[in-house]
Design a protein around this ligand. Structure first.
Ligand SMILES: C[S@@+](CC[C@H](N)C(=O)[O-])C[C@H]1O[C@@H](n2cnc3c(N)ncnc32)[C@H](O)[C@@H]1O
Length: 294
């Protein structure tokens, strides 16, 4: 049995949302994932590990990039995600993806098994990034690539926003005593749970070289204002919604739908930019001053 290791604010959340996660209404995870695969630049025939694969936003484009001679392992700690992705892979008849229930903190593969490791909006959820990076360094071949994304909330004051949907507005409904008894949730709503400032340094400490970090704004497109608000209940932010007292949820939902409606375009869709951080780092080439991962 896999022991779930996710930053405490998200415990159990992804099993709750797996059925509806990234299935309709809002384009976000897939465009981010496609950019990640472009930044990664993986070669045909490569073997790649996708950590926190969810419903396969990265896994599928990776499989296309490595081609029939390559292989992609998608791992996730959520049983719901693993089952849903396994079913999609089967239905699509894709033969070079294997999905496994496994903790991304310390994936159980042989040393130097992979040309690349990816993780979109997932690796930053791990409870101990420093040790995860050391583990990934061992799993990668010399000259291998680690590439992952995170929501970049660094320029936002206080709680973060999904465009017109102010997560702070939802969080304001959470009773003080709930936040006091759940410090990880408090950190999530304050925007400091996924602290990115230390990431580049941790990668270097784990022995990665050519550590690059850049920020890009992804244009999120929601089919409807209602769909946008519902979408925030179908990904990690469900943790925030679930802490709102039942009798207040509909009220907040309506207020947010009204705000999103006011910002909708003439075609009824809601579009906004969301800042995403992309990290790319490499293990040293064989013979390049001695491999620290041997
Ligand atoms: C926001 S979703 C991202 C899913 C997918 N990468 C995407 O871009 O749509 C985060 C995923 O990370 C998974 N996750 C969280 N902690 C994990 C861990 N310790 N090991 C493996 N997966 C984990 C969650 O179950 C969830 O499926």
């Amino acid at each position: 049995m896999v022991q779930t290791r996710t930053k405490g604010a998200f415990d159990g959340v992804f099993d709750k949302v797996a059925g509806e996660y990234d299935t309709e209404g809002v384009l976000f995870f897939k465009p981010v994932a496609e950019r990640l695969v472009t930044h990664l630049g993986v070669e045909e025939g490569g073997q790649v590990l996708d950590v926190g694969c969810g419903r396969g936003a990265v896994t599928f484009p990776l499989a296309a990039a490595v081609g029939p001679k390559g292989l992609v392992f998608g791992i996730d700690v959520s049983v719901g995600m693993v089952e849903a992705l396994g079913a999609s892979v089967k239905a699509a008849g894709v033969r070079n993806i294997q999905v496994r229930l496994m903790d991304g903190q310390d994936p159980a593969f042989a040393p130097q098994d992979f040309d690349a490791i990816t993780g979109s909006m997932s690796i930053v959820m791990l409870p101990d990034l420093a040790s995860a990076f050391r583990n990934y360094a061992h799993l990668l071949k010399p000259g291998g690539t680690l590439a992952f994304t995170a929501p970049d909330t660094r320029n936002q004051v206080g709680a973060w926003k999904s465009g017109p949907v102010d997560i702070g507005r939802i969080a304001a409904e959470i009773p003080e005593e709930v936040l006091r008894s759940h410090p990880m949730l408090a950190r999530l709503v304050n925007g400091d749970l996924l602290d990115l400032s230390a990431v580049a340094g941790l990668l270097a400490e784990a022995g990665f070289v050519d550590v690059a970090e850049h920020r890009e704004e992804v244009t999120v497109v929601a089919d409807t204002p209602h769909g946008l608000v519902r979408w925030t209940q179908r990904h990690g932010m469900r943790a925030v919604w679930d802490a709102v007292p039942q009798d207040r949820r509909a009220v907040v939902e309506q207020a947010l739908i009204a705000e999103a409606t006011a910002q909708a375009d003439a075609d009824g869709k809601v579009r906004f930019g969301f800042p995403v951080a992309y990290f790319v780092a490499h293990t040293p080439q064989a013979g390049a001053g001695g491999c620290p991962f041997a």
